[in-house]
Design a protein around this ligand. Structure first.
Ligand code: COA
Length: 176
């Protein structure tokens, strides 16, 4: 599969994780994640406040996947269907050569290497599967965990700063 076609939904598996599509059944976990002060600390987003916010978010995400605009996975541990984090590729360039990556983990599941494991798989999907030439990540300079993760994944810091965020970039050449 090259290019943007997310139908059927690309379920991804790693040694410890299954990355699957979000569903209505994830609304409590999505509300908890998106209203968590620790998770939101560096994200500059409006915190979710109600179960309706979570439902609307899940609906919007799945509509965007249906239109092949972005791709967003629920991170779950093998053997359990409970969402413990999310990871996505979005903001694809028109020629489909570039995208941005985003990710978050429920605090109790951080510090175990789960996001690194998920991101390696998603990067492989983006670069080898979709044919992306580069993947960007914008992170707050104070977000040490995210910065450490990006460096471990091989992202290089770019000199540009966007709205106070640091841009990191992984290119296909770095991956090969
Ligand atoms: C960014 C975020 C996902 C990183 O989470 P994380 O748990 O640090 O990342 P990983 O899951 O890859 O785990 C790495 C940590 O697990 C440790 N670890 C434990 N077991 C491991 C294993 N089997 N394999 C790899 N690492 C392991 C690593 O040493 C590392 O810890 P350290 O950073 O203290 O050295 C998390 O901090 C988060 O959700 N933040 C809020 C949302 C956010 O800011 N997103 C970024 C937007 S740009």
């Amino acid at each position: 599969m090259q290019g943007r076609n997310f139908s059927p939904f690309p379920v991804l598996k790693t040694q410890r994780l299954t990355l699957r599509q979000l569903s209505g059944g994830d609304e409590n976990e999505i509300l908890a994640l998106r209203s968590d002060d620790e998770v939101n600390r560096y994200l500059g987003r409006n915190p979710a406040r109600s179960i309706d916010d979570a439902r609307n978010f899940i609906r919007a995400i799945n509509e965007s996947i249906e239109k092949n605009e972005s791709i967003y996975w629920a991170v779950t541990l093998n053997g359990s269907d409970t969402l413990v984090g999310t990871i996505c590729l979005y903001d694809f360039s028109i020629d489909n050569s570039k995208a941005e990556i985003g990710y978050e983990l429920v605090p109790g599941f951080q510090g175990k290497g789960f996001m690194q494991e998920a991101a390696i798989k998603v990067i492989d999907y983006g670069i080898r599967g979709m044919g992306l030439r580069s993947i960007d990540a914008c992170t707050h300079p104070g977000n040490g965990r995210s910065t450490r993760l990006l460096e471990k994944l091989g992202f290089k810091k770019d000199c540009s700063v966007n709205d106070g965020l640091v841009l990191f970039r992984l290119t296909r050449e770095q991956e090969e």
